[in-house]
Design a protein around this ligand. Structure first.
Ligand SMILES: [Zn+2]
Length: 284
C-alpha cells in the first residue's frame, strides 16, 4: 500500500511514467510511523456479527497495526486499489488488468486465509473477481475507500478527498461490497495509510476498525519477486499484518512472491489467518 501509493502518485495518479520502486520503499516506514502516531493501537470493539458495537459518542475508531505478538498467527492482506487514473488507463488500453488472478487461485488451492481491502471502484470494475473472492470461505472482505483518494494532505500525491465527502466515500464502498456477501467486515484501510484525527473522525460514524499494518511488502512496481519476499520475511513476526496488493499491473510479482512467502512463514512456524481471527475472532 504505502509503496504502491507512493509510486502511484508518480506513475499512476498524476503521471504515466513508471518509476523505480527503491525510493518508494524507503518512504513507507516514515509514512507508517507518521500515520500511526495518532491513537494507540487497540483491538476491535465490534460484535461477533460484524455489526459495530456501541461506541462512546465522538470517540475515534480503533486503529490496528498488528495483532497479538504471542502465538503464531499472522494476517496476509491484499489491497485492491482503483483510482480514476487507473480506470482511465484501463479504458485507454494502456494496461490489461489490475486484478492478479493467480493470487486468488493460489489462495484457493492452498486453502490460505486472507483479507482483501477492496475499493468500491475495483469491485465495480471486477465484479466477477469480487464474487470469486466473496465465495472463498477463507477470505474476508474489507473496505479500502471508494476511489482511493487521499484522506489527508501530502499522501503520495493522491488527489485529495474533500473533508465533507470522506464519510460518504467509505459508506459507499460498504454499499458496493455488501451485495457480494461472503465474509463481510467493518475493517477499513485508508489509501496510503494516510490518516489524521479529522480523517478518523470522519469514518467513526461507520463503526469501522482502521487497519494499518506492520509489514510493508513493497510489491508495487517491484522488478522481481525476491525483494518482495525479502521485505516480508525479514519483518514478519507473530501478530504481523502483511500489506500486499492484488493489483497486477501495478504489482506484477506478488503472485510469484506469495508461494515463497508462504514457505517462509511455514519455516518460521507462522500461520496465516484472517484479520478477524488475528484480532480475536471478531469480524471487524
Ligand atoms: Zn491502496
Amino acid at each position: 500500500m504505502l509503496a504502491f501509493c507512493a509510486v502511484l502518485a508518480l506513475a499512476g495518479c498524476g503521471g504515466t511514467e513508471a518509476v523505480p520502486d527503491a525510493p518508494a520503499t524507503s518512504a513507507p516506514a516514515e509514512r507508517g510511523a507518521r500515520a500511526s502516531s495518532g491513537p494507540p493501537p487497540v483491538e476491535s470493539t465490534h460484535g461477533p456479527t460484524g455489526t459495530p458495537a456501541p461506541r462512546r459518542r465522538g470517540a475515534l475508531p480503533p486503529v490496528v497495526n498488528h495483532g497479538p505478538r504471542t502465538g503464531t498467527r499472522v494476517a496476509l492482506t491484499f489491497d485492491a486499489d482503483m483510482t480514476d487514473a487507473m480506470i482511465a488507463r484501463l479504458r485507454r488500453g494502456e494496461v490489461s488488468s489490475y486484478a492478479n488472478l493467480p493470487i486468488l487461485t493460489l489462495l484457493e488451492k492452498r486453502k490460505v486465509p486472507a483479507t482483501f481491502f477492496v475499493t468500491g471502484q475495483w469491485a465495480e470494475q471486477y465484479p466477477q473477481v469480487t464474487r470469486r473472492l466473496a465465495a472463498n470461505p477463507r477470505v474476508e472482505l474489507a473496505n479500502h475507500s471508494y476511489e482511493h483518494a487521499a484522506f489527508t494532505g501530502d499522501c503520495y500525491g493522491l488527489p485529495r478527498l474533500p473533508a465533507d465527502r470522506m464519510t460518504a466515500d467509505v459508506a459507499r464502498t460498504f454499499r458496493v461490497l455488501e451485495p457480494f456477501g461472503g465474509r463481510q467486515t467493518r475493517y477499513f484501510r485508508f489509501p496510503g495509510l494516510c490518516h489524521d484525527e479529522a480523517a478518523l473522525r470522519a469514518v467513526a460514524p461507520l463503526g469501522v476498525t482502521v487497519v494499518d499494518g506492520d509489514v510493508v511488502s513493497g510489491d508495487p512496481f517491484a522488478r522481481s519477486a525476491a525483494p518482495v519476499v525479502q521485505a516480508v520475511l525479514s519483518a514478519v513476526r507473530p501478530g504481523s499484518i502483511v500489506i500486499m496488493h492484488v493489483t497486477e499491473a501495478n504489482a506484477q510479482y506478488t503472485d510469484e512472491a506469495l508461494p515463497l512467502i508462504l514457505a517462509g512463514l511455514q519455516r518460521r512456524g507462522l500461520e496465516p489467518v484472517t484479520l478477524s481471527e488475528l484480532l480475536g475472532g471478531q469480524p471487524g
